[in-house]
Design a protein around this ligand. Structure first.
Ligand code: CP3
Length: 354
């Protein structure tokens, strides 16, 4: 065996259009509370944000699932909400409840946010970018390193609502009462996060994923998916590629349905579409060109269930993507109650069954 080189990173090869059997794999939220070693590091670090802003701890938890499972990709340990924090918004994570932000209710709060070009934004994010460099240096050569950020609408909806809500009522209400304000917020997020992704690439990320977790709940109006989600994402991708030509970018538009998923690559220029668990992967593959790169979409609840149901779903994903460029993943993040043994079983099935 010769030396492993960067161009041998399988996830990057698939993102360039190659079909690899068995497909390379990683899991959204792969560093997290289902792992006892994560819980131990988390207890040592203090709060969740302390963990995100400490490059040594962030590197350690990012590496944990790679050591245990040998995933072909690793994802930076951070959160999409470090961006509102860097813009000057109050952000904290309440144990057992999730994120809490000082809600952006109107113009006064928007006017207090840092603007594009303010050096304080990237001095706030310096430890995260330092973590990217430290993770790349610590990873095996063959492992792809993914950076990430949230899509503008998803981040804006947390900034406006101050927390996760199933119907995003505050963000949709503000888009109805003061559309210019929400557009200005989206535009600021596009510009700051374009620069953030460029800096992640320069710090050592091989590829990035943009998380649009709220693509299924959008403001009223014609072609809301394009206006609020796909167009802002397309601007970010074009902006990143102006500085990092050929940058590989995965876009995950959760909740956008079969039609929405089919539109992601043509309308944003993404290198791959991340597929949520609600979409029939076989139907999607039949809709898009054979050259389209897909990623996903095992149901996180099937991973909790394990057993024959898990084997069958792995087999189904392999059958739907046979001979096509695909990255194996879940259809949303792994949950804390998932048994580690089920992740091992999933990978064994994948690696022997292809
Ligand atoms: O995937 C990874 O392993 C990389 C790290 C990562 C985290 N969050 C760590 C995290 C990534 C890529 C994210 C993205 C993220 N964060 C999204 C988009 C993806 C999605 O799940 O839809 C969203 C919406 C957020 C915002 C967020 N962060 C929420 C809603 C929560 C609370 C939910 C929960 O699981 O507690 C978080 C906290 C969070 N982010 C945790 C982790 C590991 C759990 C925090 C802890 O350890 O206490």
């Amino acid at each position: 065996m010769g030396e492993v080189r960067a161009q041998d990173r399988k996830v990057l090869r698939v993102l360039s259009g190659e079909a690899i059997s068995p497909p390379p794999a990683w899991m959204m939220r792969q560093a997290g509370r289902y792992l006892p070693e994560y819980r131990a590091t988390r207890a040592e670090a203090g709060s969740f944000l302390d963990l995100c802003y400490n490059p040594a701890f962030a590197t350690e938890v990012t590496l944990q699932p790679i050591r245990r499972f040998g995933f072909e990709a690793s994802i930076l340990f951070s959160d999409i909400l470090v961006i509102p924090h860097a813009l000057g918004q109050g952000v904290r994570f309440v144990e057992g409840e999730g994120p809490r932000l000082d809600a952006l209710e109107g113009r006064p709060e928007f006017d207090r946010l840092r603007d594009v070009g303010d050096a304080a934004i990237f001095s706030h994010l310096a430890p995260v970018l330092e973590a990217v460099t430290s993770i790349r240096a610590a990873l095996p050569q063959e492992t792809t390193l993914l950076g990430f950020c949230g899509a503008p609408w998803t981040v804006a909806s947390y900034m406006i609502g101050g927390r996760g809500t199933p119907d995003l009522a505050p963000a949709r209400a503000l888009a109805a009462s003061d559309v210019e304000l929400v557009e200005a917020l989206i535009d600021r997020l596009v510009r700051v996060q374009t620069e953030y992704l460029i800096r992640q690439f320069r710090a050592g990320a091989d590829a990035v994923q943009i998380f649009e977790s709220h693509a299924g709940v959008l403001p009223e109006g014609e072609d809301a998916l394009s206006r609020w989600s796909l167009q802002p994402i397309a601007k970010m991708i074009a902006g990143v590629r102006a500085e990092v030509p050929d940058a590989k970018i995965i876009v995950f538009c959760r909740g956008s349905g079969l039609d929405g998923h089919a539109r992601v690559v043509p309308e944003t220029g993404a290198s791959a579409v991340g597929v949520d668990w609600g979409v029939d992967l076989k139907a999607l593959r039949a809709r898009v060109p054979t050259t389209t790169v897909t990623q996903g979409n095992l149901h996180p609840e099937t991973l909790i269930a394990g057993g024959a149901a898990l084997d069958a779903e792995v087999d189904g994903i392999l059958a739907a993507t046979k001979g096509l460029p695909h990255i194996f993943n879940l259809g949303h993040g792994i949950t804390p109650q998932t048994p580690v043994a089920h992740v091992e079983r999933m990978l064994a099935r994948l690696r022997e069954g292809a």
